[in-house]
Structure formats: structure tokens, C-alpha cells
Ligand binder design. Structure first.
Ligand SMILES: [Zn+2]
Length: 481
């Protein structure tokens, strides 16, 4: 309203000025391009004003028309970009939701709409990976290597792809390139550790472990355990190469890093024995026993004094296990030594303690040996052997990665090649071979009920064997035969 009033006022002023000028008496005469124009001063001024106004208006509209294609293009580009980002977001959501078809559809759309490879390459690679198209994923990840801003991410993708196809050397190469770019990134450090362990490059593996611990990519206890296994491998290599001094130094280091690592203790004790230091070897074994009671340690300890008689060994082995007297392995060790010394009662007592509620395989075998040696009771011995076949399995060297059993410890699993996966523990009982602890799977009546200790405490020693009425009562226990 106010603007219209101002406009009308302005128009009124102009018209008044024009009328006033038109009625001015002064006349002018102009000759232009051979034409003679006679007019008043007012008309001339009015004509100049109108011509100027027309020129200004023409100029303004011409500029508007000339700039139009640019601004229309800008609007279209902005619109396209917005749709591109939307496709990218939808694609990321599809990847997170694990929908490969949807992810690939949006990835293609984003690629067409956006001219920003750093953003769309990752989505396309992830979508291809999700769809199981490893070749396409690899192509996208390799394309990411060519650009500085996506190189690190591309290296990670390439590394994962190499691991998927089992190409350890290529994976290690990508890990090294990633390490050159960002040496403190946790996943780079753990990949360096695992890959150099797998390839068996012990020097690189130890360096990688130290770096990983320093940059907190690996907890210190885990780092120490890994370093112990690596050092043990180097000690074994030195011994195989005939360098006893270096082997002893490294074995000592490995044992110190992980006192519970049985093979390191065994190697150290063996090297000390070979060096004529039996007393020292004995002390190493005694100190290591509570950390990991193990038959290999007992065998070595017994072998330190081969001349000692069976009865004297009973006392020696009691000294070995003194640090963990109630551990089943300690009881089994003492039972075996007592059996060797024909101390039947003592053997029986230790076997009962080792068995707990459910006798394991080894307890059953030792019981068979005891019944056979003490009473010559072949039937009862066979019953115990039968029971051994169904008893829970004893600890063994088992790969934690693939479950394979190994006769002896090794740094790499013989079956799946995983590093430091072999540990001493009961194997998993699966399949038709499974031996449930309670002997299920066979009617209880068919299983002879066997008892380790005499049922009545009168020293009569009545080890019961159900299902065989009339079995002769065994002689008193606790005596040397
Ligand atoms: Zn394995």
C-alpha cells in the first residue's frame, strides 16, 4: 500500500515535470543524420529521459537472460548431489542391515549421481563384499589404493580380501604398507603380529609384538606370552643348530616370560641337564610345577636321578609336587611312583584323590595295573580297562583353533597352522566317540561298578565289582607286595 502510494507520487512528479517542460516556450532545432528536428526544450528532455529508461531496462533483461543457463545448471547439480547423498546414506543403511541386493542398488545409484569416488568406492566395495562378490570387492578396494584419501581404507579392504583367499604373503605386504602410513593403528599392529607369526618370521613377529604392546593394541600379559613362545622357538632353533649356549640363554628368557609354558620349562631343564647342572634343572622343575603340573615335568624330574631306586623316587616325587599337592596331576604322579615302588595302599589313596567323583582315563588304566599287580585279578583289571575306554578323556595337547590333538606341543598347530593355539587341556568329546562322564549310552547294569578304595574301613580292602557275584575279596591294602 505504502509502496503503491510512493509510486503514484513519483509518477505524478514525473508527469508534472513533463507537462511543465512541454509547455516551455524555448524551442530547439537539431539536425541528425540529415533530418531537421524542431521541437521545444521540454519535449527534447522528455525524449532523452525515455530513451535512457528504455536502454536501462533492455540492459537489465539482457543480463537476466544471459545468466539463466548457469543458474538453472546450478539448481540441477545441487538437486543431483542431494539425491546422490541420499542414495549413499540408504546404501550404508543397507550394508549395516546386511541386505546385499539393496546395498548394491543404492551403491550403483550413488556412483551415477555423485562424482565423489572416495565416498562411493567404499560403499560399492562393501556392497560387493556383502553379496559375496570377492572379485568386484577387490577391484573397488584396489581402486581405493590409487587415491591418497582412501588409500588406508583400501589397504584394510585388500588385507581382508587376501586373508579370505588364504594369501598370507599378500596380506602381510598390505599390512606393512598400512603400517608405513599409520604405525600406531591397533588393527594394523595386531595384523602385523598375527601375520608375521604365521609366516614364521620370528624377528619380525617379536618386533611387531613389542610395538603392539607399546601402542596398547595387545594387553601386556598376552604380549609376554607371545614373546615367550617366539623366544622358545628361537631357543629350539639354536639348539638344533648346535649353539647350546644361545639356546640356554633363550630358553631361560622364555621360561621367565611365561613360567606356565611347559615346553619352555622342559627345554630349559633338558639344556641344564645336558650341561651337567642337574640340581639346577631339578629346582627349575619344582618351581614350575604349581604353575602347570604336567607329566612331562614329572618324567624329566624322575630322569634326573635314574640310579635312584623305586622307593627313594617316592620321596623325590613328593618333593616335586609339594607346590601343588592336591592337583590331580600331582596325585597321579605320586600314584604312579607308588605303583612302581609296589606301595599298593599309597597308590590306591592317591588314585582315589585324583579320581574325585568321576575317574578319568588315566586313573582307570592305573587302577587296572594296580588290581593286576596287587591281586593278579585279571577280571577286575579288564573291567577297569573297559571303564577307561568310556571315561572322560585326560588332558592332552589340543589346538584351541581347530580342536586337533597333537602328540607333542608345537608353536604352530600341525593341522591349521595357527600360532600358539596348542594348549594342555581335556579334548572336546563329540560325535559317536563321545564318552560322557556318567557312562551314559550304555545301560548302567552292564557296567561293572568299580571302587577304588575299600568300601568298609576295616582294612579288608573290598573293592567291589558288581555283576560278578562271588568275586574273591582282595587282600589288605597299603602293603608292599
Ligand atoms: Zn589347529
Amino acid at each position: 500500500m505504502v509502496r503503491s502510494l510512493i509510486f503514484i507520487a513519483k509518477l505524478a512528479v514525473v508527469v508534472a515535470a513533463a507537462v511543465w517542460l512541454a509547455y516551455q516556450p524555448s524551442r530547439v532545432s537539431i539536425e541528425i543524420f540529415g533530418y531537421q528536428i524542431d521541437t521545444t526544450v521540454g519535449i527534447l528532455i522528455l525524449a532523452v529521459f525515455l530513451i535512457t529508461l528504455a536502454a536501462v531496462l533492455i540492459h537489465r533483461y539482457w543480463r537476466l537472460l544471459a545468466g539463466a543457463p548457469g543458474s538453472i545448471g546450478r539448481v540441477l547439480r545441487e538437486n543431483r548431489r542431494r539425491r546422490g547423498y541420499k542414495a549413499l546414506t540408504q546404501g550404508m543403511v543397507a550394508v549395516a542391515a546386511g541386505d546385499p541386493d539393496e546395498a548394491r542398488r543404492w551403491a550403483r545409484k550413488a556412483e551415477v549421481l555423485m562424482d565423489e569416488p572416495p565416498l562411493t568406492l567404499l560403499l560399492s566395495a562393501q556392497a560387493a563384499q556383502l553379496a559375496g562378490d570377492d572379485q568386484a570387492a577387490r577391484r573397488y578396494f584396489e581402486a581405493m589404493l590409487e587415491r591418497e584419501e582412501t588409500r588406508f581404507m583400501g589397504l584394510r579392504g585388500c588385507l581382508m580380501q587376501a586373508l579370505r583367499r588364504g594369501d598370507t604373503d599378500a596380506a602381510l605386504d598390505y599390512a606393512q604398507q598400512a603400517h608405513d602410513l599409520r604405525p600406531k593403528t591397533p588393527w594394523v599392529l595386531t595384523a602385523m603380529v598375527e601375520l608375521s607369526e604365521q609366516t614364521g618370521d620370528l624377528t619380525a613377529a617379536e618386533l611387531a609384538v613389542r610395538q603392539a604392546v607399546r601402542h596398547k593394541a595387545l594387553p601386556p600379559p598376552e604380549g609376554e606370552r607371545k614373546r615367550a613362545v617366539i623366544t622358545l622357538e628361537r631357543a629350539s632353533a639354536a639348539r638344533a643348530a648346535g649353539d647350546a649356549e644361545q639356546a640356554l640363554k633363550l630358553a631361560r628368557e622364555a621360561h621367565k616370560l611365561a613360567p606356565g609354558l611347559v615346553p619352555a620349562t622342559v627345554l630349559l631343564a633338558e639344556l641344564l641337564t645336558a650341561d651337567g647342572r642337574r640340581g639346577k634343572a631339578g629346582r627349575v622343575l619344582q618351581r614350575a610345577w604349581p604353575d602347570q603340573p604336567h607329566p612331562d615335568l614329572a618324567r624329566l624330574y624322575k630322569g634326573l636321578d635314574p640310579e635312584t631306586g623305586a622307593l627313594a623316587q617316592v620321596g623325590r616325587m613328593a618333593e616335586l609336587v609339594a607346590g601343588a599337592p592336591d592337583h590331580p596331576e600331582s596325585q597321579l604322579t605320586r600314584a604312579e611312583t607308588a605303583l612302581d615302588a609296589q606301595l599298593w595302599g599309597e597308590a590306591r589313596r592317591h588314585l582315589a584323590k585324583a579320581a574325585g567323583k568321576t575317574p578319568g582315563e588315566r586313573v582307570c588304566r592305573l587302577m587296572a595295573r594296580l588290581e593286576e599287580s596287587e591281586h593278579g585279578d585279571g577280571a577286575k583289571a579288564r573291567a577297569w580297562l573297559l571303564r577307561a575306554g568310556r571315561a572322560p578323556r585326560d588332558p592332552a595337547w589340543v589346538c584351541g583353533s581347530c580342536g586337533a590333538l597333537a602328540g607333542r606341543w608345537s608353536a604352530h598347530c600341525g593341522a591349521c597352522k595357527t600360532f600358539d593355539s596348542v594348549t594342555w587341556r581335556p579334548p572336546v568329546q563329540v560325535g559317536p566317540e563321545a564318552r560322557p562322564a556318567d557312562g551314559a549310552g550304555r545301560p548302567e547294569a552292564e557296567l561293572p561298578a568299580l571302587e577304588i578304595l575299600p568300601r568298609n574301613g576295616n582294612g579288608g580292602g573290598r573293592a567291589l565289582a558288581q555283576g560278578r557275584p562271588g568275586a574273591p575279596p582282595p587282600a589288605a591294602t597299603g602293603q608292599r607286595g
